[in-house]
Design a protein around this ligand. Structure first.
Ligand SMILES: Cc1cc2nc3c(=O)[nH]c(=O)nc-3n(C[C@H](O)[C@H](O)[C@H](O)COP(=O)(O)OP(=O)(O)OC[C@H]3O[C@@H](n4cnc5c(N)ncnc54)[C@H](O)[C@@H]3O)c2cc1C
Length: 479
């Protein structure tokens, strides 16, 4: 007899409840990944995510082979591929890890129905969150819309499950089904755009473990360092978490164990602050689960009539890091070059798009979706709706980040801007985030010609701020 383990966003062997349950059954195991972009509704994986997935699938296959097994890769609608596999392998059981995005939930219920009709035992396990999104409820039984009480409930009331060890050997089925090689899925971008990604990232379970290990060295300083894009003060685990190369329970328990080995009185401020960010990830999934329309629609109805501008020219300048606002441009170029951007700068560039440029947050969310290696429907939706002021627990719309003072505060020596906007590298600190204020001789000395080697700002801060506030007032005035 055979058990199929359907891998999804859980590309690891460690702390994998579905795989663990399959091993316990004692049957031959067929590990399967189904490439099914048509199952993802309006959100098939973007280009940077596909790059990551390609490498992560190869890494998972290598790990499975070390256990005497292999990864079967097939493409098509999951319900059809799994039906075929059940028929060809004669599987008695199918296990998987649940996903909580609206389209993925629909696919899962179709799969359950199909397997039920065939008399095949099946079960989905929670492997991507500390707690199922339905496990956390307000006192009145509804979903949370404010983070602090959500975090308090998570800290006070709920135990994080003990992570399960990775299996050492996996029993093979009597006959292996056909498999496609990861190359045949053509996930890698054809142009050289993502070539440099592999100098920054190591997709796969081992890459995740090694990131975590190196993060331990700086976790105590996380509270101060996490706001500094010019330093490596954050874990950079987001893509590993998204693809399930490390489980949140393993991460949570590793942090607690690491801290208790060093201290006697619970986790340091740095570690607590880090766990709080991991809880934001849980909060994002909780919101998406309870408000499944939020990737497309603002949570606050009034924003449905917000007077967004349309300007493909401004949108393109933003996407390419050519707005003339150096701190914003640095972030957008970091994203383009590495598939990742520091959280502090994500907030800045998002605010700049929706407030200074008055362009719809959904354009920004779509661009991030395509270019982030950690693109995640729940986190991205939360992040954009938060910055636009239209989501749960959002930044008030009237708080408009100033790209000059933000840059000067969080990149005080200009290292970040100079790295990503090298044409300004010789501009003195004083003018780095506001080169248009520099005297002509200073710009000449720095080799900068505004409008030629670097753009003039497409919008001036106070003008952008006034325009954004007027737009907000217009939706408030209506009943
Ligand atoms: C506009 C916008 C869009 C975003 N889009 C995404 C996205 O598509 N995918 C994504 O993973 N994160 C997104 N974020 C959240 C955050 O920027 C990233 O999770 C973080 O920068 C990843 O870097 P890290 O792993 O070093 O984070 P760390 O600071 O080391 O945090 C640890 C983990 O906590 C989680 N986390 C941290 N901050 C947040 C947050 N604000 N919301 C939810 N989870 C968080 C992530 O899983 C992260 O890996 C977005 C934020 C904004 C403002």
């Amino acid at each position: 007899m055979t058990t199929i383990v359907w891998f999804r966003q859980d590309l690891r062997l460690d702390d994998h409840p579905a795989l663990h349950a399959a091993v316990k059954r004692g049957e031959g195991i067929v590990p399967v990944y189904v490439w099914s972009p048509d199952d993802e509704g309006d959100w098939p994986a973007g280009a940077a995510s596909r790059w990551w997935l390609h490498h992560s699938l190869q890494s998972l296959d290598a790990s499975l082979r070390r256990c005497g097994s292999r990864l079967i890769v097939q493409s098509g609608r999951a319900v059809e591929v799994l039906a075929r596999l059940v028929d060809t392998t004669g599987a008695s059981t199918v296990f998987w890890s649940r996903r909580y995005e609206p389209a993925a939930v629909k696919v899962e219920s179709k799969v359950e129905k199909m397997l039920g009709e065939r008399g095949v035992k099946c079960q989905g396990f929670n492997a991507s969150l500390l707690h199922d999104p339905d496990a956390i409820r307000t006192k009145t039984g509804g979903p949370y819309q404010v983070f602090t009480p959500f975090w308090k409930t998570l800290q006070d009331g709920l135990e994080v499950g003990r992570p399960l060890a990775a299996p050492k050997r996996l029993k093979s089925p009597a006959k292996w089904p056909d498999s496609q090689s990861a190359d045949r899925l053509q996930l890698l971008p054809t142009l050289g755009w993502a070539d440099a990604f592999s100098t920054v990232w190591t997709p796969g379970e081992a890459g995740a473990a090694s990131r975590l290990k190196s993060f331990f060295a700086s976790i105590q300083e996380y509270d101060e360092e996490r706001d500094r894009p010019d330093h490596e003060g954050t874990s950079r685990l987001s893509a590993h978490l998204h693809f399930g190369e490390i489980s949140p329970s393993r991460l949570w328990c590793a942090i607690i164990e690491h801290e208790s080995a060093r201290r006697h009185h619970g986790p340091s401020t740095g570690a607590t602050s880090f766990l709080r960010e991991v809880a934001w990830r849980e909060f994002a999934q909780h919101l998406l689960h309870h408000f499944p329309n939020t990737p497309e629609r603002p949570l606050r109805d009034a924003y449905g009539r917000f007077p967004w501008r349309r300007s493909s020219k401004d949108l393109k300048a933003w996407q390419r890091g050519m707005t003339g606002s150096p701190y914003v441009d640095a972030g957008m170029r970091q994203l383009w070059s590495t598939g990742w951007m520091h959280n502090r700068v994500r907030m800045m560039v998002a605010s700049f798009l929706v407030k200074h440029l008055l362009l719809d947050w959904r354009h920004g969310a779509a661009w991030f979706w395509d270019t982030l290696v950690d693109a995640d429907l729940a986190n991205n939706t939360l992040g954009w709706q938060w910055c636009a002021g239209c989501g749960a627990d959002a930044a008030p719309y009237f708080r408009v980040f100033n790209p000059i003072t933000q840059g000067e505060k969080f990149d005080p020596d200009g290292l970040y801007v100079r790295q990503w906007v090298p044409e300004l590298s010789r501009v003195p600190d004083k003018f780095l985030c506001r080169p248009w204020e520099a005297p002509p001789a200073v710009l000449r000395e720095a080799g900068v010609r505004l409008g030629s080697t670097y753009p003039h700002p497409i919008v001036e801060h106070s003008e952008g701020r006034q325009r954004a506030l007027a737009a907000l007032a217009s939706i408030k005035e209506k009943p």
